[in-house]
Design a protein around this ligand. Structure first.
Ligand code: GLU
Length: 503
């Protein structure tokens, strides 16, 4: 890469952050890190009608959680600010005027009523080369009329004047050569009646001001690319234009089309990175984090949605991704989202992480269920023993609760019919003779030897023991549980279990 790499993630602060947005941020970040570049967060907040309070802070929190922290952002500005679009307002007007002066844009005075009338008359109405001369704008009005309307502050917008019979062609880093026929693109609004730019003008002006070298964004922005490319040219900056990369869509698991929040609600999985509470309605939308995903797993699974390293390798740390990432391995085709696969990633990551790393996250989860942790070392041992059984962090609750308090219910249906005094006697003896110094395998040997002396089958005693200790038919090796609970707790639970089975 011979030019300095500066890339940006440019979300609009309109609500929860969709996993596709996080993936866009991630690919920007990986590309920046791979090329010793700068990763920028820019908040695109010029659409005042869609602005949602708290959304910017939420976006920042999501990026921090994922470990893809921007080098420059509204919170940590660099030398290319402002990092919120609304704060750059005066410069956009100047660019719109420059475009009008050079004949690439025009004032349009059509009222919303006039526009909706036109749309009623012509259902497929597009404000563009076929229709612009029927409208009230500076192409159809005299110069005096225009000056007067402007002097009277009559509400107006500025529109780009799309050229006739041109092809806008560029090389997308992912899709190769892409061409657009300008006759099919409408005269998009560049500056709105409130003096704010639209996305099209703002994105070009900001990318120029921030010296953005490469634009990574979702494929849904591809139809906007010809407008942006023409604006770069028309503003006289064609030679500084960034390179473009339109990322494949993340598709719904069933059928076609982009994965939406509605699909998540319908199919029962999250689509946002973190919990989002709509400030107006108070409605909560669950996120991956709160559902119990590790950020390492979330980042890993997002990276693999539309990218691979050319091998079968699926598990990557962020550090490994930084090294392995390359644009030529991003696929052109959309990637179907599979929640079961997402959980698989999380399970693999829970297994791979150390108990020390998991402990604060697990502890927080257990405390939400009123499980009191007093002994951190004990917690670490528990985590090590059960993490293989947990795909989501809340799974640690059911899988570990019995380590912190004796079971309150017993799944005794499989035990009771075969329960008898000999077994009760065996368990009294086993409980009493437990040696806390023994290893789990030695405890097992002792258990089996005792069963033999008493003429019982050890195999038939394992399940009762497990249910006495755990309450149900689950959990790791039962002698690992005995070992961890210790002599006193194990024999107490054995006595409670005997009473339960005798009843
Ligand atoms: N503000 C746009 C969005 O919300 C950014 C598109 C772009 O990156 O150009 O996704």
């Amino acid at each position: 890469m011979n030019k300095e790499v500066r890339v940006r993630f440019a979300p609009s602060p309109t609500g929860g952050l969709h996993l596709g947005g996080v993936r866009t941020a991630l690919f920007n970040y990986l590309f920046a890190k791979k090329h010793n570049g700068t990763f920028i967060l820019r908040i695109e907040d010029t659409d005042q009608t869609r602005f949602v309070a708290g959304a910017e802070e939420y976006i920042v929190d999501c990026l921090n959680w994922c470990g893809i922290t921007p080098d420059e952002s509204p919170q940590q500005p660099g030398a290319f600010g402002p990092y919120r679009q609304s704060e750059r307002k005066p410069s956009y007007k100047q660019y719109a005027e420059q475009l009008i002066a050079s004949g690439y844009a025009y004032y349009a005075f059509d009222t919303p009523e006039e526009l909706s009338e036109k749309r009623n008359e012509q259902p497929n109405f597009l404000y563009g080369q076929k229709t612009r001369m029927q409208m009230r704008n500076s192409l159809t009005l005299t110069q005096n009329e225009v000056s007067e309307l402007l002097a009277q502050n009559v509400p107006h917008v500025v529109r780009i004047k799309m050229p006739t019979d041109e092809q806008v062609t560029f090389t997308d880093m992912i899709r190769g050569v892409v061409s657009f026929d300008t006759n099919l693109v409408d005269d998009k609004v560049l500056l709105k009646a409130d003096g704010m730019p639209t996305y099209h003008l703002a994105v070009v002006a900001d990318d120029k001001a921030m010296q953005i070298s490469h634009v990574f964004r979702g494929e849904e922005w591809l139809p906007s690319a010809p407008i942006h490319i023409l604006l770069w040219k028309y503003l006289g900056w064609g030679h500084e234009m960034p390179e473009w990369a339109h990322l494949p869509l993340i598709l719904k698991p069933d059928g076609n089309g982009k994965l939406s929040k509605r699909d998540g609600d319908r199919l029962g999985f999250p689509v946002y990175a973190m919990n989002w509470i709509d400030p107006k309605t108070g409605d909560l939308t669950k996120g991956f984090k709160e559902l119990g995903f590790l950020s390492e797993a979330f980042v890993n699974l997002l990276a693999l949605l539309g990218w691979n390293d050319g091998t079968d390798k699926e598990l990557f740390t962020l550090e490994e991704l930084k090294q392995a990432f390359s644009i030529d391995r991003i696929s052109k085709a959309g990637a179907k989202f599979d929640f079961e696969k997402a959980k698989w990633f999380n399970h693999e990551w829970i297994k791979a992480e150390s108990a020390e790393h998991l402990a604060p996250i697990v502890k927080n989860e257990l405390q939400k269920s009123d499980i009191k942790i007093t002994d951190e070392t004990f917690l670490l041992t528990v985590i090590d023993l059960i993490k293989d059984r947990c795909a989501l962090i809340p799974d640690f609750i059911a899988q570990s609760a019995y380590f912190f308090a004796p079971p309150t219910t017993y799944d005794s249906a499989a035990v009771k019919p075969k329960w008898n005094n000999e077994k009760a006697d065996f368990f009294h003896s086993f409980g009493a003779s437990l040696d806390p110094e023994l290893a789990a395998s030695e405890l097992e040997a002792q258990f089996k030897a005792l069963a033999e002396t008493k003429g019982l089958k050890a195999g038939e005693l394992m399940l009762p023991l497990r249910i006495m200790l755990v309450g149900g038919k689950f959990g790791p090796g039962v002698f690992d549980i005995v070992k961890l609970l210790g002599k006193k707790e194990t024999s107490n639970r054995i006595e409670r279990g005997i009473a339960e089975f005798n009843s």
